[in-house]
Design a protein around this ligand. Structure first.
Ligand SMILES: Cc1ncc(COP(=O)(O)O)c(C=O)c1O
Length: 365
């Protein structure tokens, strides 16, 4: 009786059930993780610590500290991303919430490729919008017909995520151009969640940013993945000035400002390369893909640190429960999709865990 309708109307995320079950298993092999398994590089930690000691511990301006906003704008424009301004946010999570708050009216539709990152559905619903999903199975590429078929008079935004959680797929330049063409024709905004952009194992054709193509784009990115700063809660959104200005105003009322020290550390992190860490992830991608491909119907991930195979029998919920009984923790695909035929396996884990997990998976096929 104490809860708002906003909360009670929303079905609980499927992820809770599997996490509750996982708690009953002692030390499972954990291939469920959504964050890098390396720690923040020492030099970045030291930078943060130094700024704490110097007393940089107060509120900062709502849009973020000017020197970081400036550096980020330069960093993004160097990559060819079209953006007039940028705001620092509490992760992409906070950035997406602010972006939706200032662009989406209740009842508006947000078009999202399925499978998708769970947060998108819930944030849209919480704010009174309607998530509309379009299918990308079986290869997880974006098909023009499916995209066009999901657009109505009420559509406001197309929300894409590449490299993708949960599939590990990366959209090609052609797919991105197709989205830009459709968005331009229909006068839609595009939100591009690029948080895994550094985790890319492919050639040029798959290394483009959507933000290079369309001025009506908000590029969302952050410090959680490339520099493993997940707990420091820092992300950004770049795009048209009118939208960023409104997000800065909105941030005053929603989050006030973002973590002071993380912003100083981020200034330093932008010049800190994590390429060798990414190389290690490519090796893990190869290891798990080679181990699964003869037993499962599986698309080779081009980025991020997830692989999304179809399970025999087509019931990913039952499969994930069975895997837990065999001491392996993975996430059912139904958490990320209207289908339940797949499971998400994370390779943000050590080689030994991946190898052991793979043996269990091979024995289940
Ligand atoms: C696709 C995607 N977007 C956003 C986030 C959240 O990022 P942040 O830590 O910046 O809020 C995640 C985290 O797993 C993610 O997978």
């Amino acid at each position: 009786m104490w809860l708002s309708k906003r909360v009670t109307d929303i079905k609980p995320s499927g992820v809770r059930k599997i996490f509750d079950l996982a708690r009953t298993v002692k030390n499972p092999i954990d291939l469920s993780l959504g964050e890098p398994d390396f720690d923040i590089p020492d030099a970045i930690k030291e930078e943060g610590i130094a700024w704490i000691r110097k007393g940089f511990n107060k509120y900062t301006p709502s849009g973020g500290i000017p020197e970081l906003r400036e550096k980020l704008l330069h960093y993004l424009r160097e990559k060819g991303i079209i953006c007039e301004d940028v705001i620092l946010t509490p992760g992409v999570t906070g950035g997406l919430l602010l972006a939706l708050l200032v662009t989406m009216n209740p009842g508006d539709e947000i078009v999202i490729p399925d499978p998708y990152f769970v947060l998108y559905e819930y944030q849209v619903l919480l704010l009174g919008g309607k998530p509309v999903f379009f299918d990308t199975y079986p290869d997880f590429t974006l098909k023009e017909e499916a995209l066009r078929g999901s657009i109505t008079e009420r559509t406001r935004v197309i929300l894409i995520n590449s490299p993708n959680n949960p599939t590990g797929n990366v959209y090609s330049g052609q797919e991105l151009e197709m989205v830009a063409r459709v968005a331009r024709e229909k006068h839609l905004l595009v939100f591009s969640d690029d948080i895994y952009h550094a985790f890319n194992y492919e050639e040029e054709e798959y290394r483009r940013y959507f933000g290079q193509l369309y001025e009506g784009c908000l590029t969302l990115g952050g410090f959680s993945k490339d520099w493993a700063m997940t707990g420091w809660r820092l992300g950004y959104v770049a795009g048209p000035k009118e939208i960023i200005d409104s997000m800065v105003t909105m941030q005053q009322y929603v989050f006030s400002s973002v973590n002071s020290v993380a912003q100083k550390a981020a200034l330093f992190a932008l010049d800190y390369k994590t390429d060798t860490l990414i190389d290690a992830y490519r090796k893990r991608r190869d290891l798990i893909y080679e181990g699964l491909k003869d037993k499962y119907n599986v698309v080779k991930p081009k980025g991020a640190y997830y692989i999304f195979p179809e399970v025999p029998g087509g019931d990913g919920d039952a499969f994930a429960e069975e895997a837990l009984k065999r001491n392996l923790f993975i996430i059912p695909g139904s958490v990320f999709s209207s289908r339940k035929s797949h499971v998400r396996i994370s390779f943000a884990a050590g080689e030994s865990a991946i190898t052991k997990g793979m043996e269990i998976l091979r024995s289940m096929a």
